[in-house]
Design a protein around this ligand. Structure first.
Ligand code: ATP
Length: 573
């Protein structure tokens, strides 16, 4: 397939904001896509490999500017000037490519989509000396044979800002509409669920495309878990009280500590193949060598997939630490031994998805949780089965809840004993209860530079929630509180300086003191109240918001949605 065909698809997708229209356009495209072109499925989301792969394109704006300059013969200064004016490097590349087309006579070779993906895949492979130069030549070569519209989408893909309003869920619905046309509405709903489940188990859109293309629900059902390949985790819903929990789940049910750590999926393929993944599907095996060792030593079984929460604790006092303290270990790739000593983790296992060659997803929770107890040898401060009671007594559950809070944990989880494990779903059979209801996980989409003491730093941050219906991020307020001016040595500090450093490479537009920021950095925010507000695109504003933590463990798809904001607004009334 020519890359031009894909660029034209992007163009028509971005020309409409209507979800149904997008699904229709995409579905027509998918019908024409051959199996040889399966890898283009990744490009639909601006990626080059399955979403769990660590090989991301990762090109900075600065590098893209250099490549545009080289390919078009315009000085870098001119490219930057245009960027400031237009605010979209892709559009700059398009404009300059147009100009070049008019001033040069040579005809362009046609760019195939395969050539594009092959070239893009070379980028994350480059390492060591001369990497920047090599990356620039790969991009320049692509740009040199690109038409203006191809240049537009090449650059947007490179800098990770495709702007076509497509999510995994749009692709899912387009697959239903393309390959299950003859099914009735009820059956289509079932197909949609099966496709979502296939996506959540494989996290590989090209693989799901290949199978969906067969048009058979049975085939979709054959997609299984694979040990060593990350899986999306099952998520919980929130209820205000233990009583509500029992009402929703029935009696008896399991009540567990809700640990204040981060989610860790543990895969054991063989004795020497143990890998750890976050809920963002990132491989963090190297970051937590002690967890690998505990699994080797204290968990019985040839192969398995465990779901757990890793919690940090103070080496000396053994007191559990809040998530923010240990979140730095997730990203840290150097001096691992040192930080491991400073901030050790305890692994609290609460579920099992696979054991000795067999998927347990459809087994009831009661069976799964009792298997965990059989195969794990509890070693506090190393690895343990999550603290749990199975009860039908509200009184006992309340006492357990109090104990969890006294132990510095967030609250409790209540779980139905008969439920299956549904990867990727926010299910109604696993419920969380915690005292602080008023917090959201929001993404930073803009900021303002400070003045006076804070000049040179970004000091006020625009927060956005996610609107599932339109696939857009909607602003819900500004925050500057909770971030420190000065860090304290030896602590995990969220300072203005640190945030500025993290956010600067993500700036997409700059106007005076205000900048727009690519939605990537997620923060947990508490607030006093939600108000209606015409000032923000969500229609809501947070009163007295305060940042409590960076959430490097959380994927964008799991931030607070507009529906959740609305629900909490109603509840608060
Ligand atoms: P929160 O911000 O409240 O942690 P969340 O959006 O991060 O919520 P939820 O799925 O809504 O995630 O809340 C459950 C989270 O709590 C899980 O993702 C997991 O990381 C953590 N957790 C801690 N203890 C348990 C447990 N015993 N069972 C299941 N999840 C647990």
């Amino acid at each position: 397939m020519l890359y031009k065909t894909l660029a034209e698809l992007y163009e028509s997708l971005s020309a409409t904001t209507k979800r149904l229209e997008k699904i229709k356009i995409l579905s027509e495209f998918l019908k024409k896509l051959s199996e040889q072109d399966r890898d283009l499925m990744y490009l639909l989301l601006g990626e080059i490999h399955p979403s769990y792969s660590e090989k991301k394109i990762g090109i900075s704006n600065q590098l893209a500017i250099k490549a545009i300059s080289k390919a078009t013969g315009m000085g870098e200064k001119r490219v930057v000037q245009e960027w400031k004016k237009i605010g979209d490097l892709g559009k700059v590349a398009e404009k300059l490519a147009e100009h070049k087309k008019q001033t040069t006579l040579h005809s362009m070779a046609s760019l195939t989509a395969k050539k594009v993906i092959d070239s893009l895949r070379k980028l994350p492979e480059l390492e060591g000396k001369g990497t920047v130069g090599k990356k620039i030549s790969i991009i320049t070569e692509l740009l040199a044979s690109a038409s203006p519209i191809e240049a537009l989408y090449l650059i947007r893909t490179l800098v990770g800002d495709l702007r076509i309003g497509i999510q995994e869920s749009t692709i899912r619905e387009a697959l239903v509409s393309a390959f299950f046309q003859e099914f009735n509405e009820e059956e289509k709903k079932e197909v949609s669920k099966a496709i979502q489940s296939a996506i959540d188990k494989t996290n590989d859109l090209a693989k799901v495309f290949e199978i969906a293309k067969k048009g058979s629900l049975k085939e979709l059902g054959k997609i299984h878990l694979e040990v060593g390949r990350p899986i999306k985790v099952m998520l919980s819903q929130k209820v205000p009280t233990i009583e509500d929990g029992f009402k929703a789940l029935g009696k008896p049910c399991a009540v567990e500590y809700k640990y204040d750590g981060f989610r860790l999926l543990i895969h054991k393929k063989s004795d020497n193949e143990i890998s750890l993944f976050t809920r963002r599907l990132e491989n963090v095996t190297k970051q937590f060598p002690e967890a690998v060792e505990y699994v080797k030593k204290y968990v019985k079984g040839k192969s398995f997939i465990l779901d757990s929460e890793a919690v940090g604790f103070d080496r000396k006092t053994k007191a559990y630490l809040p998530f923010q303290q240990i979140s730095q270990r997730i990203k840290r790739k150097y001096r691992i031994k040192e930080i491991q000593k400073e901030l050790p983790v305890e692994v609290n296992v609460f579920d099992i998805l696979y054991y000795n060659g067999k998927s347990l997803l459809n087994e009831p929770f009661e069976k799964r949780t009792s298997l965990i107890k059989k195969i794990i040898k509890n070693h506090p401060y190393r690895i343990i089965c999550a603290k749990q009671i199975i009860t039908d007594s509200e009184k006992k559950a309340e006492e357990f809840y109090k104990k969890a809070l006294a132990d510095n944990q967030e609250g409790v989880m209540m779980k139905s004993l008969s439920a299956a494990y549904q990867p990727g779903s926010r299910v109604g059979h696993m419920l969380k209860i915690k005292p602080e209801e008023r917090d959201f996980d929001l993404v930073i989409t803009g900021a303002e530079y400070g003045t006076g003491k804070r000049s040179g730093w970004l000091s006020s941050f625009i927060l956005s929630c996610f609107d599932k219906k339109t696939g857009r991020f909607l602003e819900i307020g500004k925050v500057g509180t909770g971030i420190k001016e000065k860090g304290v040595k030896g602590q995990e500090n969220l300072t203005f300086e640190r945030l500025t450093k993290i956010l600067t490479p993500l700036i997409t537009e700059e106007k005076g003191k205000t900048v727009k920021i690519k939605p990537k950095i997620i923060v947990s925010v508490t607030y006093q109240e939600i108000q209606k507000s015409p000032n923000y695109s969500s229609g809501f504003a947070l009163r007295f918001p305060r940042v409590t933590a960076l959430r490097p463990d959380k994927p964008l798809s799991e931030i607070t949605t507009l529906d959740e904001v609305k629900k909490d607004y109603e509840r608060q009334k």
